[in-house]
Write a protein that binds this ligand. Structure first.
Ligand code: PLP
Length: 402
């Protein structure tokens, strides 16, 4: 990039695992005069998004929309269902699981934390064992992170559900899919999730600023007796107002226009196609990483995230120095290593509104920046990704036949 210029041409490559690039169509949908949030026009918008978002969570139960980042929706999930001193079972899959646990402590809950090495998803067997030990049924909730954004590891939520059922335990199942929703398949009803927490700025392709709680009948029943203090986060008033498409306080009106557009876009593409696209981009990225001779943080293929890939740099090489070189040279933002893995890993976000060429551009930026930052690696990562994409479109077969 020119050093003597105040303008950088072209669009910034936002390859962090959220916020993700907001498509032009969504930017245009937001670009509207603010309307009266108590007027008739708003009621229609409210109903449209409150109904539409259920199809993304794959639920027929209410989905609450908060004017808050994902952290708010975490708090809402706990505050609406639990009482001071309640025991909750959480799993240390990474930085975000640790933050949710820290929040539980601050709220006066008693979290038990199943430790892990940050290189895999939550282990259903360990959850089942903990629940079987709990003869008095003191655990009121099991909380897991579906897509751990700090590690690029996915927890198999349906297996966690089976573990809870196998132990015949009544605990609620709460899942954070803040960075999984609309990138990695998620089925709130089918998997028997009681509260699903998500946010706007990842697979939904919106700017940050709204977040969600998808509920179950069991969660709603628990909320009637839950004693943790809550006011802003209270589901009751939300649900009462949402019936007619309204909110108890001023909603993020223009983000709701954006949400309506995002839901339309996801269905136009087809959710299964959206997931397949994310799978393809993740696979191309992993092929590039392997070709560079670098290590993927997530150990087991069945836990690989299709939303992001965390890459370990060789010992002695600082991942933030590498990220700085990438940003300064190619105007690409890569995800930093968080807490335990700070300086050791960087993360490539491949979620949201991406296509094959965006991914190749990002991988080219990474490969060149590895060289600029002096990180030992082999060439050919981008080529490996190109070969994979070409083969996906029948390229390899044709070339082999010629
Ligand atoms: N949980 C996960 C898995 C996340 O990725 C994030 C943010 O990246 C959060 C929780 C916190 O959400 P927010 O930063 O929107 O408050």
């Amino acid at each position: 990039m020119a050093k003597n210029s105040s303008r950088i041409a072209g669009r910034h490559f936002l390859q962090i695992p959220g916020p993700t690039p907001v498509p032009d169509r969504i930017l245009r949908a937001m670009d509207q005069a603010v309307i009266d949030h108590r007027g008739p026009e708003f009621g229609k918008l409210g109903k449209r998004v409150l109904d539409g978002i259920k199809t993304i969570f794959k639920t027929t139960s209410p989905v609450i929309i908060y004017p808050a980042s994902g952290t708010g929706a975490w708090e809402a999930a706990l505050a609406n269902t639990l009482s001071p001193g309640d025991r909750v079972l959480m799993v240390e899959t990474g930085h975000f699981a640790a933050l949710w646990k820290a929040m539980a402590l601050k709220l006066g809950l008693k979290p038990d934390f199943i430790e892990s090495d940050w290189r895999t998803g939550a282990d259903p067997k360990l959850i089942e064992a903990k629940l079987r030990e709990d003869k008095a049924k003191e655990y009121k909730a099991v909380c897991v992170v579906h897509n751990e954004t700090s590690t690029g590891c996915v927890t198999l939520v349906n297996e966690v559900r089976k573990a809870i059922d196998a132990a015949s335990h009544p605990a609620l199942l709460m899942v954070d899919t803040i960075s999984g929703l609309a990138s990695v398949d998620f089925r709130h009803d089918e998997w028997g999730v009681d509260v699903t927490v998500s946010g706007s700025q990842k697979g939904l392709m919106l700017p940050p600023g709204i977040s969600f709680n998808a509920l179950s009948d069991k969660a709603l029943a628990a909320s009637k007796n839950a004693k943790l203090p809550k006011a802003f986060w209270s589901w009751d008033e939300m649900i009462a107002n949402n019936k007619n498409g309204y909110f108890p306080y001023t909603p993020s009106t223009n983000l709701l226009y954006a949400l309506a557009e995002a839901i339309d876009m996801l269905h136009e593409e087809g959710l299964d196609n959206v997931f397949a696209r994310h799978d393809r981009h993740a696979e191309a990225t992993r092929r590039a990483v392997r070709a560079w001779g670098l290590e993927i943080l997530c150990k087991e293929p069945r836990h690989y995230s299709s939303a992001l890939t965390a890459v370990i740099l060789p010992a002695g090489h600082d991942s933030d120095a590498f990220r700085k070189a990438a940003l300064e040279s190619f105007d690409i933002s890569l995800g930093t290593g968080l807490s335990k893995v700070a300086g050791k890993v960087f993360r490539i976000g491949h979620l949201g509104d991406t296509n094959d060429l965006t991914i190749l551009g990002a991988l080219a930026g990474v490969e060149m920046a590895l060289s600029i930052a002096g990180v030992p690696h082999k060439k050919g990562g981008v080529q490996a990704a190109m070969d994979y994409f070409a083969a996906q479109h029948g390229g390899g077969a044709k070339a082999a036949a010629e």
